[in-house]
Write a protein that binds this ligand. Sequence first.
Ligand code: A2P
Length: 294
Amino acid sequence: MKLDLNSTVTLNNGIKMPLLGMGVWKSANKTASQSVRWALKHGYKLIDTAKQYGNERGVGEGLTKGLSENGLKREDIFLTTKIFNGDEGYESTLDAFDNQLKNLQTDYVDLLLIHWPVSGKYNETWKALEKIYNEGKAKAIGVSNFNVERLTDLLSEATITPAVNQMEFHPLEQETDIKNFCDQNDIQLEAWSPLGGGEVLNNPQITNLAEKYNKSTAQIILRWDMQRKIIAIPKSTHEKYIQQNTDIYDFELSNEDVQLINNLDLEKRSLWYGNFAWNGNPDGIKDTIDEWDD
Ligand code: A2P
């Protein structure tokens, strides 16, 4: 399978989306800005943020600087952001998104997601995303953290089928029922926390594979995502890791080893997907905004 850092998947509306990107969850603005600049330097084409992370200004700054430092144009980079839970609803989403664009220093995003399925609101939020899409301010629209029940409900009212469902996905959390539903409905799966927040990196079976292929455990996991055509957005704040996570194109996992990782799924179900209820307290957003001190 020939893959490289420019490899893409074609979404259900014909837009091409890079298979590998960088995420910035839990990074404050300054750190996110630096990470984005390193990512662009090392050839990433996909950057993923969210209002809920409190770092869109940092990402916008990093993007503007990174484009100029590397002789890139805005259209060379695929930028994703998400609608904050507290902004869900029709008018509130439209208002919030305009501000998000300003913070990101751009006039469009490549992908706009509903961050979480806030009960009683996500169908209205989706109507706003459809309007944003039809106006060309988002090249594709999708969702995040939607289980099969929420996806089914959304599809029953939607005019546009979500292009992407971004969810927690890594070797120990494979959410097979959601993946199957997405495949059947032409919705691309995207993995947040593809390294399990770092916790999967010491898994003994993956460590064995790392020794076999002479790669790091992070590289084994990301290569597995690429071979399964799952978009992955590992987060790192270190240039060494940001670079290392791109160095996954000079080897190929055998079918048996892909299957070995497939079988690591513990089938545990995150409570988020079944019972998510917005409580009005976004994790970390105030702290990260307060850390911006330029
Ligand atoms: P750090 O942010 O200190 O650079 P995930 O994307 O699954 O949420 O995982 C993110 C975590 O994994 C972060 O703690 C990040 O560290 C760490 N990480 C990312 N890439 C690597 C790597 N190549 N080797 C080791 N740890 C990594």
